[in-house]
Write a protein that binds this ligand. Structure first.
Ligand SMILES: NC(=O)c1ccc[n+]([C@@H]2O[C@H](COP(=O)([O-])OP(=O)(O)OC[C@H]3O[C@@H](n4cnc5c(N)ncnc54)[C@H](O)[C@@H]3O)[C@@H](O)[C@H]2O)c1
Length: 440
């Protein structure tokens, strides 16, 4: 296996293509987005990810990596195209079949096709049959197909592409063998081999499990709000139990994986996924709860003679420390609050998202976080970017803070332990801040 064609040069495809070239394969990246191809050829990776510019530049210079808007013949084709959902929360597999169609026209004896995109159970087999039908080749004899789902965390993609364990599922033994061989050149984690349907199910259950765990954390937060307790304190101490590992509440679940993939299971197994359906409903409702909380707070301040309370939103990305706003609940909250200009003034800040992206939205952008905090009556913390957690809690003194992600709790815990360095560790939940905390 020498020549590799990678279809779809986004967050997954481009880093994978670069790593494969650095491992010694002759790699040609292919994308239907011609502007992306142009930019990548110039050394601009288009996405924000540590190490990527440097690695892309080296790969282009090294001579083993090129990109094209025409799919090249290869020994192995890797599909890394999007799999969003469409109306009715059903998987949109049109990109996968479009990619498979392009491959079928170039399929040669001995070829391997790997689907890395996240797909519903049974899709690998269906795509394999599609390839057989649209080529003159026999599946499992002339060409081979496997699913190799991706589990990387944006912000650590290169490290995780190399170090994570992988699960690969082939439609036959030879598909597994060839796929294992492909990854063995650049994956240091263990490559676990299984069948195609198990691999699909494993990837989807991983993300559905995260969704359920976040829903659980969000339910704990709702109960704590009624009981006037700090959910971050409750969860931190519950996690001292050796077999409990609760996640943290958030302002909702976004991105293109955790908020999407459970639907692929719900679609295929409607009778067996009640828990996933409830988790989706809880997590989808969370941004609406936060919006209501802000509007209620604005109404309360208005009754205290602040006619249009100033709300400062900290964080818009779908999770901490990324530039990605795809299906971001924070973006949903800010966009909705912006519509209530009669009730409040809104300023928004997120240092991770490029200005030209933020400027597409109607709300007012602030480029100086300190200015935004000083301006505001209410600070609405939606994403706990690491830079926010480095601030001192005193910056919020005298402000109402609606904290949807535990920023205040982390600040207090860290600053309290710094103050108490060397002393007996005490319970930090009661360490007072000047801020009037209002947990979501
Ligand atoms: N981004 C992640 O963190 C992550 C993690 C695990 C799994 N995944 C899965 O990996 C897959 C890819 O995700 P992504 O985040 O890289 O998507 P992305 O949107 O960043 O990139 C996909 C690329 O595919 C291109 N494309 C679309 N149709 C094509 C076609 N027919 N032929 C060639 N190129 C085509 C698009 O132009 C785009 O550049 C999805 O199934 C996703 O669920 C993503």
């Amino acid at each position: 296996m020498k020549r590799i064609s990678i279809l779809g040069l986004g967050y997954i495809g481009l880093p994978t293509a670069i790593l494969a070239a650095q491992a010694g394969y002759e790699v040609c990246g292919y994308d239907i987005d011609q502007e992306k191809i142009k930019q990548i050829n110039k050394g601009n990776p288009v996405i924000f990810e540590p190490e990527i510019s440097d690695r892309l530049w080296k790969a282009l210079q090294g001579g083993l990596f090129k990109v094209s808007h025409e799919l090249q013949y290869a020994d192995c084709f890797v599909i890394t195209v999007p799999t969003p959902f469409k109306e009715g929360n059903r998987a949109d597999l049109s990109y996968v079949y479009q990619a498979a169609d392009a491959i079928a026209k170039r399929l040669m004896p001995g070829n391997l096709v790997i689907i890395e995109s996240t797909i519903p159970v049974g899709t690998t087999e269906q795509v394999a049959q599609f390839l057989e039908k649209n080529s003159d080749l026999k599946l499992g004899k002339d060409f081979f197909v496997a699913h190799a789902p991706e589990r990387v965390l944006p912000g650590r993609i290169f490290k995780e592409l190399i170090e994570n364990d992988r699960v690969i599922g082939g439609i036959c033994q030879q598909s597994c063998k060839l796929t294992q061989l492909f990854y063995s050149k650049f994956v240091k984690g263990v490559v676990h081999v299984t069948d195609d349907k198990s691999a699909e199910m494993i990837k989807l259950t991983e993300n559905a499990s995260r969704d359920v765990q976040i829903a659980l954390a969000n339910q704990i937060a709702s109960m704590c709000k009624v009981a006037n307790l700090d959910p971050y304190h409750v969860i931190e101490l519950a996690n001292k139990h050796p077999r409990v590992k609760l996640l943290s509440p958030t302002c909702g679940v976004g991105g293109h994986c955790i908020a999407v993939d459970p639907w692929f299971l719900i679609e295929t197994f409607p009778e067996q996924t009640q828990l996933f359906q409830v988790a989706r409903a809880i997590n989808d409702k969370k941004p609406l709860t936060v919006i209501k909380q802000v509007l209620d707070k604005a109404a309360e301040l208005k009754s205290r003679n602040i006619s249009r309370p100033k709300i400062f939103v900290m964080g818009l990305a779908f999770k901490p420390d990324v530039d990605d706003i795809r299906q971001s609940p924070a973006l949903q909250i800010a966009t909705e609050l912006h519509k209530h200009a009669d009730a409040l003034e809104l300023n928004v800040y997120d240092h991770n998202i490029p200005l030209h992206v933020l400027q597409k939205y109607p709300f007012q952008i602030v480029s100086d976080v300190w200015h935004g905090i000083a301006w505001a009556d209410v600070i609405l913390v939606l994403v706990k970017h690491k830079e926010f957690a480095l601030m001192h809690q005193d910056v919020f003194c005298g402000k109402v803070v609606i904290d949807t992600c535990g920023l205040l709790y982390e600040m207090q815990s860290r600053q309290t332990s710094a103050i108490l360095e060397g002393a007996v560790k005490v319970d930090t939940a009661f360490w007072k801040t000047g801020a009037m905390k209002d947990l979501a």
